[in-house]
Design a protein around this ligand. Structure first.
Ligand SMILES: [Zn+2]
Length: 226
């Protein structure tokens, strides 16, 4: 009996650190390690039939892959640009179903937002997403608990271009140029209610950053491939 108890104790002690890290830690990631010149362009709030498609056209010109954090509701409205993004080899992440009022939601409500979005993306594209970006980068306890429940790491960003705030083309370009480093995750939007300067800024930035030796990768490649 004593031996049995000792064995059980050993098993419990062995398992404890792993169960604690699995249940209480949600990775919150703002950049890659920066050991190589890899950077990840990310686009939130789509899909949108005009704005997403124009960005996909530009990325295809340079054979670049990016990560799109999709709103579930928008994927229901506009499935085609989402399907096109997947067919072109881009990575898709979860950006909740409705995007609104996240900070006031309980963990179970957020879990439903994530599960509904995951299902829409899976049904439309066959892709099971494994990354989550909370709207506005909100990292409340409920948000972290929902991410943990869905087994998603939380992906924030290194550089906020403020395209969502209708920053000018020049301002977006200078923000990225002054802040970007190897390992950076750069926040853009492929849907904004009013016309943003995202596309014009990317037309300037992509060739410049390629000339400077940067390599564009998806978030998963950035985190796993260094
Ligand atoms: Zn958003």
């Amino acid at each position: 009996m004593k031996r049995f108890l000792a064995l059980m104790l050993a098993v419990v002690l062995f398992l404890l650190p792993f169960s604690v890290s699995a249940t209480e830690d949600t990775p919150v990631i703002r950049s890659g390690s920066g050991e190589s010149p890899k950077i990840a362009l990310t686009f939130d709030d789509g899909p949108h039939p005009r704005q997403t498609d124009r960005i996909l056209d530009l990325l295809a010109e340079y054979n670049i892959h990016a990560t799109f954090f999709v709103i579930g509701q928008n994927a229901v409205y506009y499935p085609e640009p989402l399907k096109r993004a997947v067919s072109l080899g881009h990575e898709i992440g979860n950006h909740t179903f409705r995007h609104e009022g996240i900070s006031k939601m309980s963990a179970p409500m957020l879990e439903k937002e994530l599960a509904d979005t995951e299902k829409v993306i899976l049904d439309l594209t066959g892709v099971k997403v494994s990354l989550f970006r909370p709207p506005e980068g909100a990292c409340s306890e409920a948000v972290l608990a929902a991410a943990r429940h869905a087994e998603y790491p939380v992906i924030l960003w290194t550089v906020d271009t403020r395209d969502w705030d209708l920053a000018s083309t020049d301002k977006i370009v200078s923000t990225v140029e002054s802040k970007v480093r190897g390992g950076s995750i750069v926040l853009f939007h492929d849907y904004t209610a009013r016309t943003a300067h995202t596309l014009d800024a990317l037309k300037i930035l992509i060739p410049k950053l390629l000339d400077e030796g940067y390599e564009f990768v998806t978030v998963s490649e950035l985190l796993g491939g260094e």
